[in-house]
Each structure stands twice: as structure tokens, then as C-alpha cells.
Design a protein around this ligand. Structure first.
Ligand code: SF4
Ligand code: SF4
Length: 336
């Protein structure tokens, strides 16, 4: 295989009949997939989370113990010091705020002038010892990307657990009071939508309008943008598909919906993902599938080398069809 000595898909992640992403790329003259730049460092601070959502591609939860250590965070800060090309640090988890070094990392990134994104589940503000977080995030002008798959309680709780809806609404109201999501402030608050089941998200612009009207009229909540994200056929969502006998039909949908216009901007072409243990991957999904970078690339944050990483071939698998289906999907929403 041109991209990697690894199998294209982790054997445990999908059945042998899954369609090939490389075939889809090759059919449009787009293989192999290669990086264009590294402008974003996506840092996964660990798998500890106060929630246990059905669709979670990290298999995160309160019982997980994986959490990034301080010396790994120091390596990240060192990389930022010698790599001005990295403009954004996108912090994710689990619930990244559960890592004891979260605030240290945020401060150090901001001191160095980096744009920082916190992928926040909102309910973490109600964990003991975390109630100061909204003010901390506002003080450091951190962009918040928060999950809220619906403006209706039943749908949110079906996907994210009992009691999540009320706490999410209350957290969003708190953020609004601090200026988040309001016009004329530089405090960005984006919401993330992903479908409840094995379907593609509806058009982002129309859904955003619905969310804005409903959240404002029902709860007085404002936000900046709605990002629609396709559920990736990995981890907990894959398990749900397997239990429902829907793996093949979901892959058939992703393959049928392959959109070549999304290939230019799939997120792996401009970011590197750092795992909780410091291992580098092409994206958060590859990291969860234990797919490391192509073997010629540096494998650990302590060995980070921008020149090599900017030119690397990307390790792909059938799960990548989730990024290129329909309007496309990335951590920043649709692509095309
Ligand atoms: S809040 Fe996010 S990280 Fe936590 S279980 Fe849900 S999807 Fe996973
Ligand atoms: S899952 Fe998406 S972002 Fe990750 S390597 Fe595949 S195409 Fe790139």
C-alpha cells in the first residue's frame, strides 16, 4: 500500500466487507492522501469524562484513567515555541477539563499567542471543583465548541444520558451571561450536532437556523455557529451499529455519498493529533483506532518535526468515508 505498512483498517474496527476509502480516492485521481500543512495541533488530554455518550468515538467515561502527564504537556509547549506555523491548539478529550493540567496548557498556549479551542461537553462545569471554568475560559478568550445534538430534551438524553439536557442549557446560559455567543464580543461559542442514528447530518446552514430560533425562543440562548458532524463508524457508535445489524448499510451510505469536493479539506491535511500518551496520529479517529503515523514520520510529540510532518502521506482506512460523505465532516463541521 502506498500510504502505510499498516492494514488500511484496524481489524477490530470494521468487518472485512467494508468498502475501501483508497479506491474511492483513486477513482477520482486523489490517491494517495497527503498532508498540506500543520496549522493545528489537536491535543487529546485523555479519556476521562463525566459523561458516557452512546456515539462517543473515544469510549470516554468516568471509569477511564488515561490522562496526559505534565511532561507530555511540556513537550507540546516546547513544540509551540519552535513552530510558529502552528496557529491553533484544539484541546479535546474525554472531557479535557478533567485533566489536572488543562488550565496550565491553556495559559501557556495563550501566552504564546495561539488560538485555543476547548471541546467542552458543558456538563463538566457542574463537576466538583470546576465551577470556575466558564470565567476562566472567558478570561483567556478561549473558543468553545460544545456538544448539543438537539434542542429537545428527549433526543439529547437518549444520546448523552439522563440529566445532561438541563445542565447543558444552564451552562449555555452561563456562557451567554459572560458574553459568549453574543454579537460584538470576541467570545466564540459554537455548537456541535451529530445525528442520533445511522444517517448523514442534514444541511448545516438550515439546521443552524432552526437551532438558533428554537434555543432563543425556548431558553434565551445565543450561539455563533452550528457544526454538523457525521458519526464515524468506530468505537461506541460502531458497536451500536453492530448490535443493530446496520454496519453494512451505514458503510454503503457513506460510500454512496462520497463527495470528491471534500477531499481537499479533510482535517488530517492540516493538523496533527497528539494522544494522551504523546503519540502522534493523523487525526483523533486514527488515534482511537491505534493507527499511528506512517512509519517514516516522527511518532511522538517529543520528536516533532514540522518539515517531515507537513509532507507525510496520511494513513487512511474505510472509516475515512465518514469524513467525505455528503457535505463532508470535520472537527469544524461540513467541508463542502
Ligand atoms: S462528552 Fe464527549 S468525550 Fe465525554 S462521553 Fe460524551 S462524546 Fe465522549
Ligand atoms: S478519518 Fe478523516 S481526518 Fe482522519 S485520516 Fe481519515 S480522512 Fe483524514
Amino acid at each position: 500500500m502506498p500510504n502505510s505498512p499498516l492494514p488500511l483498517v484496524s481489524p477490530s474496527s470494521s468487518p472485512p466487507s467494508t468498502p475501501s476509502f483508497e479506491d474511492a480516492l483513486a477513482a477520482h485521481g486523489q490517491a494517495p492522501l497527503t498532508a498540506k500543512s500543520v496549522s493545528t495541533l489537536q491535543v487529546n488530554l485523555g479519556k476521562v469524562c463525566n459523561q458516557t455518550c452512546h456515539h462517543c468515538h473515544v469510549d470516554a467515561g468516568p471509569q477511564r484513567t488515561e490522562s496526559m502527564a505534565k511532561d507530555t504537556i511540556d513537550h507540546i509547549i516546547d513544540v509551540l515555541d519552535r513552530t510558529p506555523q502552528i496557529s491553533t491548539v484544539d484541546i479535546t478529550g474525554g472531557a479535557p477539563e478533567m485533566n489536572p493540567h488543562f488550565e496550565h496548557l491553556v495559559r501557556e498556549c495563550r501566552i504564546r499567542g495561539r488560538h485555543v479551542i476547548d471541546r467542552c461537553n458543558l456538563t463538566v462545569f457542574y463537576v466538583k471543583g470546576k465551577s470556575h471554568l466558564p470565567k476562566f475560559l472567558a478570561q483567556h478568550k478561549i473558543e468553545i465548541i460544545a456538544s448539543l445534538p438537539c434542542y429537545q430534551e428527549t433526543n439529547v438524553e437518549q444520546q448523552r444520558g439522563k440529566g445532561v439536557f438541563d445542565r447543558s442549557i444552564s451552562a449555555l446560559q452561563t456562557l451567554n451571561r459572560l458574553g459568549y455567543g453574543k454579537e460584538g464580543t470576541d467570545l466564540c461559542l459554537h455548537l456541535v450536532y451529530n445525528p442520533l442514528g445511522p444517517s448523514l447530518p442534514p444541511p448545516q446552514v438550515e439546521l443552524e437556523q432552526d437551532f438558533k430560533e428554537e434555543l432563543l425562543s425556548r431558553y434565551g440562548i445565543q450561539f455563533n455557529r452550528l457544526l454538523t458532524i457525521t458519526n464515524m463508524p468506530i468505537s461506541r457508535f460502531l458497536k451500536d451499529l453492530q448490535e443493530a445489524g446496520q454496519v453494512d448499510s451505514y458503510y454503503a451510505l457513506l460510500k454512496k455519498s462520497f463527495n470528491v469536493a471534500t477531499v481537499e479539506d479533510v482535517m488530517c491535511r492540516s493538523l496533527i493529533s497528539v494522544g494522551w500518551d504523546g503519540r502522534l496520529s493523523d487525526c483523533d479517529f486514527n488515534q482511537m483506532l491505534d493507527l499511528p503515523l506512517q512509519s517514516d514520520s516522527p511518532q511522538w510529540i517529543k520528536d516533532f518535526n514540522l518539515f517531515t510532518l507537513e509532507q507525510r502521506p496520511i494513513v487512511v482506512g474505510s472509516h475515512c468515508l465518514g469524513c467525505t460523505a455528503g457535505a463532508g465532516s470535520s472537527c469544524g463541521g461540513t467541508l463542502a
